[in-house]
Design a protein around this ligand. Structure first.
Ligand code: AHG
Ligand code: MN
Ligand code: MN
Length: 359
């Protein structure tokens, strides 16, 4: 190491033994039932991550791993075989867990119930099984996004209406990034921590603890191909970036990868609404809210452009939201352009004051 510091064998071993499940218990300073539950839940999510990483690493060699299924999902998007595989992996790892009664994913119209868990399973998993699935067939990074919420009520009519709550109710959130290494980043409301999958051990090992997103960073991440479909405010922001030094455009087509860069290096990711789709593309419960939970825990911000993502109460499970997420100063800059246009609009539509003050 540059400063000459060499960790002792004991320190190295200690780090290597900090697995995900142990880390959860350490964070909660408890071996109580809730801490045990969260530790087991994270362990199962880690198992799902390992199974998906294994399939992705051999995708070009095994039958039926790549390509489309020919179906479309509830949002009208073409479904890939890997989306279905990953969706089913999460269901399988929670069977017989006694913990999770329902799983809700962007690939399923209605939540999936595991009846044998329901009498005692007080948690719900919300997830995007494969995020960035257009990258699967070309061997680029993809991810999985997850959140755990406590089930409130018995949900006997299986309406899952208790999930229509704001994102501050999430107990845990995170993602798995399948890149050159497989990385799992999570928070249970005590900071944000990253684990790297050590394939020789088959375990996620602690890599960085208490990650803080820089207050400002050089990266802006957005699909500029949508420029002419955006509202003026977003175009104003992009023009500002083009006219100022120090910005780099980084966009991979997978939110998890773009978000990970911003978390580590600073900057902003945006997927704004368009004139045709004012709510944008990203799903509140499976994508925006879990990442908003993480970024706030890391000292950053997540906004729809007009309100914090974590304050949004969804009207339905598959609701979409515009998303502006990342470093505090960069998110503030984007939202300042939005506010400016809102004020401009208000002053144009406000009734003119009678100069004599009689109206
Ligand atoms: P998903 O693969 O889960 O449908 O998500 C894709 C999302 C997100 O990962 C990415 O940032 C964005 O869609 C890319 O969309 P565009 O191709 O419209 O830029
Ligand atoms: Mn996605
Ligand atoms: Mn997806």
């Amino acid at each position: 190491m540059a400063d000459g510091y060499q960790p002792s064998i004991e320190q190295t071993l200690d780090r290597d033994c900090t697995t995900l499940s142990r880390h959860v218990l350490q964070q909660l300073h408890s071996f109580g039932p809730e801490a045990q539950d969260l530790s087991t839940l994270m362990n199962r999510i880690a198992l799902a991550g390992k199974l998906i990483a294994r399939r992705l690493s051999r995708a070009g060699l095994v039958e039926n791993a790549l390509g489309f299924t020919g179906q479309t999902n509830v949002q009208g998007e073409a479904v890939k075989k890997m989306d279905i595989f990953a969706n089913d992996v999460f269901i399988s790892v929670f069977k017989q867990s006694g913990l999770v009664c329902r799983l809700a994913s962007e690939e399923m119209e209605k939540p999936y119930y595991i009846p044998e868990n329901c009498p005692i399973g007080r948690y719900t998993l919300l997830y995007d099984p494969i995020d960035g699935s257009s990258n699967v067939d070309i061997n680029l990074n993809v991810g999985s996004i997850f959140a755990i919420r406590r089930q409130t009520g018995d949900d006997l009519d299986q309406s899952a209406s208790d999930l229509l709550e704001n994102g501050r109710n999430q107990l845990a959130a995170g993602y798995i990034l399948y890149g050159p290494t497989t990385v799992l980043v999570y928070s249970i409301g005590h900071g944000v921590h990253a684990f790297t999958l050590d394939p020789s051990l088959g375990e996620f090992i602690l890599a960085s603890e208490n990650i803080r997103v820089p207050d400002h960073g050089p990266n802006y991440s957005v699909n500029e191909g949508n420029f002419w479909q955006w509202e003026d405010s977003i175009r104003d922001y992009i023009r500002y970036v083009h006219r100022h030094e120090g910005y780099s455009l980084r966009y991979s087509g997978a939110l998890v990868g773009d978000f990970h860069r911003i978390l580590m290096q600073g900057g902003v990711f945006l997927y704004p609404g368009t004139v045709k789709n004012p709510e944008g593309k990203l799903r509140l419960l499976y994508e925006s809210s879990p990442l908003a939970f993480l970024i706030e825990q890391a000292g950053g911000l997540a906004s729809t452009g007009t309100e914090p993502i974590l304050d949004v109460i969804p009207g339905e499970l598959h609701q979409r939201t515009p998303l502006v997420i990342g470093s505090r100063e960069d998110v503030d800059l984007v939202t300042s352009f939005i506010q400016e246009r809102i004020h401009e609009q208000k002053s144009l539509t406000a009734p003119r004051r009678d100069p004599k003050g009689t109206a």
